[in-house]
Design a binder for this molecule. Structure first.
Ligand code: G6Q
Length: 545
């Protein structure tokens, strides 16, 4: 199990060589069923993966690999509450957060069903968010809350922010959600400049409640509040916390009733479904939040039950492995053709790269094959006027996920048609390309001289045969978004199993934190330690004023 160079791995490497001259466009001509053969429907989403460098045999070989690596047994172990996050000795049960009351499946840790804990916290969230939204909960001068400022970073920021942006249309009209994550004071300052202390609620979201950035921003926000008329006694009306560390929250001065909890079996980047989603629920209401959970749950059930070959997250994961490990690609582009999903690439960067950006396997051995690629992207159509040049004509092949909603909402429907046209055109262009013969014919028809045609043709050729998936949502609704996020969560899990890494720890973020603490102490005291390298010492000297 340690070595990925199993029979299925070797067979895939062999198979890849046979595809050296494979052209996707030809495959569509040869196989009239190709589009439907390589399309899946699950939890309301559609995945078209026909524009990939695959034949049916590719998918069966990849499925054999996934099975051989234990995707099914490990999935079941995760869902059974086993402590699969071995380096932190934790279970991984974010699925339990979206398991509805009365569901056939139960999630338990150490034999204890976690549903009552989850339902209790959801009820607390409902009770609180309804009071804030209906105006019963008021600020210290008796005014309704109009602004929520989520202070958190990483997993306590990216998910809630991404969802709030995506659910723009559902946000309570009088409410604005703001997000402060960066320790750079500019972030907090720019948000505070837009809000009024009398009508602002701060949600301090931190699993550990020790994160430097969050605690510093929270303290500065409290100082701002106190300096603008609020008293210590008023803090309870304007500051609530989401954390597993109730002791630290109390020490910060937040009332026990205003603390929303979650559990160590919820990883930071998998936590938007917990009380970490409080800002989402404040913005769109608890019914909308429940819809988000329902969409994710539908995808969980699909992931838990569909055969590997027809399992949408597994297929997405296997395709990623196919390019990463057999075609040598090193990055993967996320292209939401939905402005409301503009934070999705950033969210997926964390989900994928923090989960699978590892170089040792679960047993601590160095990986012998590459793991997670670089995940990046921007919403379409903007990227088309920027980096798509490289996607179409650059020297590297970069697989793309196109994500679009079929219904763009009631307004500006002509915009939505043009948006979808661009989305579909890009995946087609990446695959079909444009041959030299076609370029020449076009240039000749424009009246260009033969010499000029010779000179220009190589620049206008698109080799094509570049892979992409297209994921369609019915609309950017909480339910569809829930399913989409869960799709990627389980994709990441699948890949983690195939690479045999722990997708649920993140030790790689520790060293920088340690050094920052040390350097900050030295910047404060002015005593720069000679244990730093010459470059760091010189940079520090420049920073001391
Ligand atoms: C996510 C990571 C990380 C974490 C932040 C914030 O999986 O663990 O992004 O969410 O470092 O941590 P706290 O919520 O503890 O402040």
């Amino acid at each position: 199990m340690n070595s990925p160079l199993s029979p299925a791995w070797v067979a895939l490497a062999e198979h890849q060589k046979q595809l050296a001259t494979f052209r996707m466009s030809d495959a569509f001509v040869e196989d009239a069923e190709r589009a439907s053969r390589f399309t899946l429907d699950a939890a309301g989403l559609v995945l078209d993966y026909s524009k990939h460098l695959i034949r049916p045999q590719t998918m069966s070989l990849l499925t054999t690999l996934a099975a051989e690596r234990g995707v099914t047994t490990k999935r079941d172990a995760m869902m059974a509450g086993e402590r699969i996050n071995t380096t932190e000795n934790r279970a991984v049960l974010h699925m339990a957060l979206r398991n509805p009351i009365g569901a056939a499946r139960t999630y338990a840790v150490d034999g204890v069903n976690v549903a009552p804990l989850v339902q209790h916290e959801l009820a607390h969230m409902r009770e609180f968010t309804e009071r804030v939204r209906n105006g019963e909960w008021r600020g210290y001068t008796g005014r309704e809350i109009t602004d929520v400022v989520n202070i958190g970073i990483g997993g306590s920021d990216l998910g809630p922010q991404m969802v709030c942006e995506a659910m723009r249309r559902l946000v309570l009209p009088r409410m604005t959600a703001h997000f402060v994550s960066n320790v750079d004071g500019a972030h907090l300052e720019s948000v505070l400049a837009r809000v009024n202390p009398e009508t602002t609620l701060f949600t301090i979201s931190s699993k550990t409640f020790t994160t430097q950035e969050t605690i510093m921003n929270a303290k500065s926000a409290r100082a701002w509040f106190l300096a603008r008329g609020g008293t210590e006694a008023d803090v309870a009306k304007h500051f609530v916390a989401v954390s597993t560390n109730t002791k630290a929250v109390r020490e910060f001065g937040i009332a026990a009733d205003n603390v929303f909890g979650f559990w160590d079996w919820v990883g930071g980047r998998y936590s938007l479904w917990s009380a970490v989603g409080l800002t989402i629920a404040l913005a769109i209401g608890m019914d909308g939040f429940d819809e988000l959970l329902a969409g994710a749950h539908a995808m969980d059930e699909h992931f838990a039950t569909a055969p590997l070959e027809f399992n949408m997250p597994v297929v997405l994961g296997m395709l990623g492995v196919w390019y990463n490990n057999f075609w040598g690609t090193t990055s993967h582009c996320i292209k939401p053709y939905a402005q409301d999903l503009h934070r999705l690439p950033a969210y997926l960067q964390q989900l994928e790269m923090e989960s699978n950006g590892k170089s040792v396997d679960l047993q601590g051995n160095a990986l012998t094959v590459p793991s997670c690629p670089v995940i990046w992207g921007e919403p379409g159509t903007n990227g088309q006027h920027a980096f798509f040049q490289l996607l179409h004509q650059g020297t590297s092949m970069i697989p793309v996920d196109f994500i679009a909603a079929l219904d763009g909402g009631p307004t500006m429907q002509d915009h939505h048609r043009v948006l979808l046209a661009n989305c579909f055109a890009q995946s087609e262009a990446l695959m079909v390309g444009k041959s030299a013969a076609v370029v020449r014919a076009e240039l000749a028809a424009s009246g260009m001289s033969p010499e000029a045609i010779d000179a220009l043709t190589p620049h206008k050729v698109f080799h094509g045969n570049r892979p992409s998936s297209t994921i369609l949502l019915p609309e950017v609704s909480p339910r569809a978004l829930g399913a989409l996020i869960a799709l990627y969560e389980h994709k990441v899990f699948t890949q983690g199993v195939i690479w045999n890494v722990n997708s649920f720890d993140q030790w790689g973020v520790e060293l920088g934190k340690q050094l920052a603490k040390k350097i900050d102490g030295e910047l404060q005291s002015g005593n720069i330690s000679s244990t730093h390298d010459g470059s760091t010492q010189a940079l520090m000297r420049r920073a001391i004023r």
